[in-house]
Design a protein around this ligand. Structure first.
Ligand code: 1WB
Ligand code: MN
Length: 345
């Protein structure tokens, strides 16, 4: 094939899966008392009462080698970077969470071994036990050769800027493993206004949860302590980069009045140095153009958000994006290969 007709490699970077053991645990959580906002999601997917679009998500999350591969073939998707879907193991007690994380990582590594050109994967860990999590992170990248880490945002209402999680950040930095912070519903302290109109969901609440997580990290000083730490956020950066000018301005005021710690760099400098974003489920050329201009072409990666969103329009969105051929190569695969240690084809 001539270079001009060589098909572009498409690596989708926020692609969800689950395993039966995690799904069973989440079904039990759905049936137990509780009122966290995540329960709306956990009930509709893991304990679905009616056979509708939501009920059909679970089989698609559990499937890796049948319909998923067919969907990838039909859409010209070379590879999915898989991650254990929200809320991952983060609603379980510490021991259950750690055991399920190990099991999920082993199963993920086995699937990748069977299909090394079709799948790569982000390792799960249980933040409930930070030191144990750090150990599993090392095993997952060194022994299982997984490609980085997935974190489904808050854990029991706590965020990664909390010093108790520093062993996790230290491990990620040492391993050069990017932590992909994926949404779940807003934590208990900010849940109330999201209880109406389905706002708990990907419609709005998920983005607010992750953008708040990211901003806490940006202004807390964690990137002075862990300057090489890499974080990835999806959904076109959850709009954080739209806010950078105002974040810088108001963070300086907050620092001057003593309510935010002094930091070496500004929030926007950390965001450009320590974060990458993906396009998962946000198929707007206007937002893509802004993102590339704000963050640079090396910091934007393509994603579908399978099976929550369909592959065909996600591919059409990137195929038709108003960017140069060289830029499209970076968006579709070059940046993913660099950030997630995926061997170039
Ligand atoms: C949905 C979307 C549900 C996402 C999810 O549960 C995740 C949904 C983990 O639309 O129902 C997502 O990642 O966009
Ligand atoms: Mn997703």
């Amino acid at each position: 094939m001539t270079p001009a007709s060589k098909p572009i490699r498409r690596i989708a970077t926020e692609e969800a899966f689950s395993i039966p053991e995690v799904a069973a645990g989440l079904r039990d959580i759905a049936r137990a008392p509780g009122n966290s906002l995540d329960l709306t999601l956990v009930e509709r997917i893991y304990d679905a009462k009616v056979d509708d679009v939501q009920a059909r998500l679970l089989p698609r999350l559990l499937d890796l080698e049948k319909e998923r591969l067919k969907d990838m073939d039909a859409n010209g998707v070379d590879m999915q970077l898989l991650s254990l879907t929200a809320p991952g193991v983060q609603m379980f007690d510490a021991d259950t969470a750690a055991e399920l994380a190990t099991l999920a990582n082993d199963k993920l590594a086995a699937v990748i071994k069977r299909h090394p050109t079709r799948f790569a994967g982000l390792a799960t860990f249980a933040p409930q036990s930070p030191k144990r999590a750090a150990k599993e992170m090392g095993r997952a990248m060194k022994k299982l050769k997984l490609n980085g880490f997935i974190l489904n945002s808050h854990t029991h209402n706590e965020y990664l800027d909390n010093p108790k999680y520093f062993p996790i950040l230290e491990a990620a930095e040492d391993l050069d493993g990017c932590i992909y912070i994926h949404p779940r519903a807003p934590s208990d302290g900010m849940a109330a206004p999201f209880r109406d109109y389905g706002l708990d969901s990907a419609q709005w609440g998920y983005g607010i949860e992750v953008s708040t997580h990211a901003v806490r990290m940006l202004v807390s000083g964690v990137f002075d302590r862990f300057p090489k730490l890499k974080i990835c956020i999806g959904h076109m950066g959850e709009a954080v980069h739209f806010w950078l000018w105002r974040l810088d301005y108001m963070n300086k005021n907050a620092q001057n009045r003593g309510s935010a710690p002094k930091t070496k760099l500004t929030p926007s400098e950390y965001f450009k140095r320590n974060f990458v974003i993906t396009t998962s489920g946000q198929e707007s050329h206007l937002a893509l153009d802004f993102s590339i201009k704000a963050l640079g072409i090396d910091n934007v990666l393509w994603a579908i958000d399978y099976p929550y969103q369909p592959s065909t329009p996600a591919v059409a969105f990137m195929d038709s994006a108003p960017v140069s051929a060289a830029e499209r190569e970076k968006l579709y695969h070059g940046n993913a290969e660099r950030v997630f240690h995926i061997k170039p084809a």
